[in-house]
Design a protein. Structure first.
Ligand SMILES: C[S@@+](CC[C@H](N)C(=O)[O-])C[C@H]1O[C@@H](n2cnc3c(N)ncnc32)[C@H](O)[C@@H]1O
Length: 198
């Protein structure tokens, strides 16, 4: 096992994932799935980086917890979006975050592919624990099935792996391949909607 110094990546500006805007799939997803945001859900967003997606989702949610292990990312997010009072910006570790069954929704965007692969089962357990019964994991998943094994981040992710890791504790509700995306990420992503099994 090796660890990634995420804070150093931000301090050194080694952040190729940071595009200065929310993921382009997010407006498309919100427009095509308005029911998920009726009643203003409580949403958890792990690995939020500079908080672009959280800021886009804020008007639709009662409360957002935007979590990142990198202090530098959270400091920047707070500076970028000081006026969004329903976002709780938190520096912390997803794997020890302790708010069981608090959230209606989780928004995933390049956190699953970024963590060390030996932590994937722990990621699934953490998300399952955070969601209320019947809660939904909404994710834009980066698919890199030909990526060399062990090299990353991002680490190799395939559809089979996603089904393997999430399929036991979550039910796949919808899979939307090739949604709108950033320049250069065409044909590499899919949106998946997973419902927590009891
Ligand atoms: C590839 S970046 C994506 C950031 C953001 N989602 C984006 O697309 O701009 C992965 C993020 O996950 C964060 N991260 C990695 N491990 C984490 C953990 N255990 N708990 C919380 N955040 C973590 C990193 O600090 C980093 O900001």
């Amino acid at each position: 096992m090796f660890t990634i110094d995420w804070d150093a990546r931000y301090r050194d500006g080694e952040t190729p994932w940071e595009k200065g805007m929310a993921h382009p799939a997010l407006p498309f997803f919100i427009e095509s799935h308005p029911a998920f945001f009726e009643g203003k859900p409580r949403l958890f967003h792990p690995g939020c980086g500079y908080g672009r997606d959280a800021a886009h989702l804020a008007p639709l949610c009662r409360e957002i917890t935007a979590l990142d292990i990198a202090e530098e990312a959270i400091t920047n997010a707070k500076n970028l979006y000081p006026a969004l009072e329903n976002i709780r910006w938190e520096q912390g570790d997803l794997f020890t975050w302790d708010e069981p069954e608090h959230y209606d929704l989780v928004w995933e965007h390049t956190c699953f592919c970024a963590i060390t692969p030996s932590y994937r089962a722990a990621y699934v357990r953490a998300i399952h624990t955070l969601l209320k019964p019947g809660g939904l994991l909404l994710g834009i998943f980066f698919l890199t099935p030909d990526h060399p094994i062990g090299e990353g981040p991002p680490f190799r992710v395939s559809r089979d792996q996603l089904n393997h890791f999430f399929g036991k504790d979550f039910e796949l509700i919808e899979d939307i391949p090739n949604p709108p995306t950033y320049d250069g990420r065409e044909d590499t992503e899919t949106i998946m909607i997973w419902r927590k099994r009891p």
